[in-house]
Design a protein around this ligand. Structure first.
Ligand code: ZN
Length: 148
């Protein structure tokens, strides 16, 4: 298990150092801002919805390694999905980081790298902030998202 944990940490650090989809979109159809006052994480998520599919999704912001890596992995995972499938993924992610569901790394579960976050309750909000913000961007929320 410790080897697996080390691998997970490497994945998180890699996404933190080289975040995927860290940019602005030219023509977003939805956008939202998120803030986690507990840690100071700030994230903005932009997405482009076309023909019922999330064509593009990108983020910007400042925050800890967990929030940045979570945003990076999230944007990679939800692209090409329908909003329904993306939100189902959010539910699974939330269940995994809060410990309500087990991760299954053998099933190629790329969200599983965040399962270790459950051992650090203060970090759960760092990991879910990008997802909450994405959800707000999808539903056209105008108020910034706060985890508090
Ligand atoms: Zn954080």
């Amino acid at each position: 298990m410790s080897e697996l944990r080390e691998l997970y940490q490497q994945v998180i650090l890699d996404h933190h150092k080289k975040p995927r989809n860290f940019r602005k979109l030219a023509e977003p159809t939805g956008a939202a801002e998120g803030y986690n006052p507990l840690c100071g994480d700030r994230v903005s998520v932009e997405l482009e919805l076309a023909d019922g599919v999330i064509r593009e999704v990108a983020f910007q912001g400042t925050g800890c390694a967990i929030s940045r890596a979570a945003a990076s992995v999230m944007t990679s995972e939800v692209r090409g999905k329908t909003p329904e499938d993306a939100l189902a993924l959010f539910e699974r992610f939330r269940a995994m980081v809060t410990g309500d569901a087990e991760a299954d790394p053998e099933a190629g579960d790329r969200l599983a790298v965040f399962a270790g976050v459950r051992e650090f309750p203060a970090r759960v909000k760092c990991a879910t902030l990008p997802w909450h913000t994405f959800n707000a961007a999808l539903s056209g929320a105008t108020e910034p998202v706060s985890t508090e």
